[in-house]
Design a protein around this ligand. Structure first.
Ligand code: TPP
Ligand code: MG
Length: 550
């Protein structure tokens, strides 16, 4: 006979789980005791939201579910934002929450919330475990569902009496599963469309950024020699082939990269997930045709309605397409002619010495201190658009940004998870002064874990992105500004190191020294956001009739 909590932990071990992020409560004590006797590391956080962001990010980086643990009611509710983050972002994650005993009710309804119900719209699967004997099956199913395309979060609730219950049952071992591949007829149709087009263009979308796709996708681009651009969450998915890279569609229209889209007669949209802010807007008539390549069917939207689909394992699809197209195409000179111009605009003003620094300089300087495989993890704010647009990536998953839920507060937690994922790579969190303060307590976790981490705080003493949109829409400047703590002292109070940038030229040496010294560093850089309007409204807005800010 085995106790329910021991069965749960044994099942997690058999799924290859090495660590669990969490903040336990009384109802998890059996599970915590089982973890103490296991090989799994418990990584304690200071807020459940951070634990869920960390688990989701681990899932995003590894392709295997990250696991997080919380108590019932209040703790479990703090997972909901992380659940939505993983659900919209297609990140495999398992959330385990406690619950009061279900066979008796000695505390009546104290702290009881219907968490299984609350998680329903936020997960791919949510279940209460009602008998210890069912634990192996439910855990196995949860892992299967979480990684299956389209991946996402799953939730299981383990009541405390079930955690303590004894059962005589064996584990269900994981078994290999292959992803279904697209039928030959779909591949034939796709090849015919590509060969018939004069100006084909590849768009790399969010679902391209799966760890297993790096090689087949990069190979596909190199062999077919079709110019490509990416969505925000598709950044880095293609390594090499950079002479074909045209830029990132961080805005929906009117950016320079849209000149290439306007020139194209066919867009091969690989892994596009319409949770992302549209990388371009399809009109009902005219415009390029769209060939969608994805693991699962495309969603049809007002602004995205493909003309053909190849549904199946993306890796297998692009390899099959490359085999058929190899040598048949030459890079389109018309689109390549636009490339120099598009990338030239992106580099404009990047060397400005202005202080407070302008976003273009900020992005350039961060790129300068990050090696190709370094990972930059963004929170959500105005700087995200600048990073998405201007930061060049050469390796998959090296700019972790959230263009799906686009929640504030995940930057630091995702950077911590990235550092745990690969301690040998440089990792930097870039947060606004608003977003950083939403989960800044996790500096203690980072210190306790002895992480080498640089946190760059972009300071404008405001919810800058909303303040900017308020101005663009002609509203009065109201309700968006705040004061900040002394971030240097704040860092020091955690035992971390704090730095305040006082001139543009200090940024690179300060970041470099912070990485060289190791430990946790908070670097505050005052930003001048007047470039938002100058570039996104005045410069780009003048290129087309409509005005739609970032
Ligand atoms: C949890 C959450 N609350 C509110 C928003 C709406 N929002 C998007 S960006 C933003 C401002 C972010 O401010 P800050 O972190 O300081 O970055 P800045 O834009 O100033 O650079 C707000 C309030 C959000 N995306 N997520
Ligand atoms: Mg701000």
């Amino acid at each position: 006979m085995t106790k329910g909590a021991d069965l749960l932990v044994a099942a997690l071990e058999s799924e290859g789980v090495k660590r669990i992020f969490g903040l336990p409560g009384e109802e998890n004590l059996d599970v915590v005791e089982s973890l103490r006797n296991s090989r799994i590391e418990l990584i304690l956080t200071r807020h459940e939201q951070a634990a869920s962001f960390m688990a989701a990010t681990q899932g995003r980086l590894t392709g295997r579910p990250g696991v997080c643990l919380s108590t019932l009611g209040p703790g479990a509710l703090n997972f909901t934002t992380g659940a939505a983050y993983a659900h919209l972002g297609a990140m495999p994650m398992l959330m385990i929450t406690g619950q009061k005993a279900i066979k008796s009710a000695r505390q009546a309804r104290f702290q009881i919330v219907d968490i299984v119900g609350a998680m329903r719209p936020l997960t791919k699967m949510t279940r209460q475990i009602v008998s210890a004997a069912s634990i192996p099956t439910i855990v196995r199913d949860a892992f299967r569902v979480a990684v299956e395309e389209r991946p996402g979060p799953v939730h299981i609730e383990l009541p405390e009496d079930i955690a303590a219950e004894q059962a005589d049952v064996a584990l269900v071992p994981p078994h290999p599963i292959d992803r279904p591949v697209a039928p030959a007829s779909a591949l034939d149709r796709a090849v015919a469309m590509i060969l018939a087009s004069k100006h084909p263009l590849i768009m790399i979308g969010a679902a391209s950024n799966r760890p297993r796709l790096v090689e087949p996708l990069s190979d596909f681009v190199r062999r077919c020699r079709i110019p490509f651009f990416n969505t925000q969450m598709g950044k880095g998915a293609v390594t090499g082939g950079s002479n074909l890279y045209l830029g990132t569609a961080a805005l929906s229209e009117r950016d320079y990269v849209h000149d290439a889209i306007d020139c194209a007669d066919l867009i091969i949209a690989i892994g596009h997930d319409t949770v992302e802010k549209p990388p371009f807007l399809m009109s009902q008539i005219g415009g390029p045709r769209v060939l969608y390549v994805g693991y699962v069917s495309a969603t049809v939207e007002e602004v995205f309605h493909p003309d053909a689909e190849v549904v199946g394992d993306i890796g297998a699809t692009v390899t099959a397409l490359a085999d058929r197209l190899d040598g048949a195409l030459v890079p389109d000179p018309d689109i390549l002619a636009l490339r120099r111009e598009i990338l030239g605009h992106i580099n404009e003003r990047a060397d400005s010495d202005q202080f407070p620094v302008i976003p273009q300089r900020l992005v350039r300087d961060v790129r300068a201190v990050m090696p190709e495989d370094g990972i930059v993890c963004l929170d959500n704010g105005m700087y995200k658009i600048w990073f998405a647009r201007n930061y060049r990536t050469h390796v998959a998953n090296t700019l972790l940004l959230d263009n799906a839920l686009a929640t504030m507060g995940a930057g630091l937690a995702s950077a911590m998870a990235a550092k745990l994922f690969d301690p040998h790579r440089r990792v930097m969190a870039v947060c606004g002064d608003g977003g950083f303060m939403m989960n800044s307590q996790e500096l203690e976790t980072a210190m306790r874990l002895k992480l080498n981490l640089v946190v760059l705080i972009v300071e404008d003493r405001a919810y800058g992105m909303i303040r900017w949109k308020q101005a663009v829409d002609g509203f009065a400047d109201f309700g968006m500004t705040f004061g900040n703590p002394d971030f240097v002292k704040y860092a020091e109070s955690y035992g971390a190191r704090g730095h305040r940038i006082a001139a543009a030229g200090e940024l690179v040496p300060t970041l470099e020294a912070a990485f060289a010294a190791g430990g946790v560093h908070l670097v505050v850089v005052p930003v001048d956001y007047s470039e938002n309007t100058r570039v996104f409204v005045d410069e780009l807005g003048g290129r087309a009739p409509e005005t739609e800010p970032g």
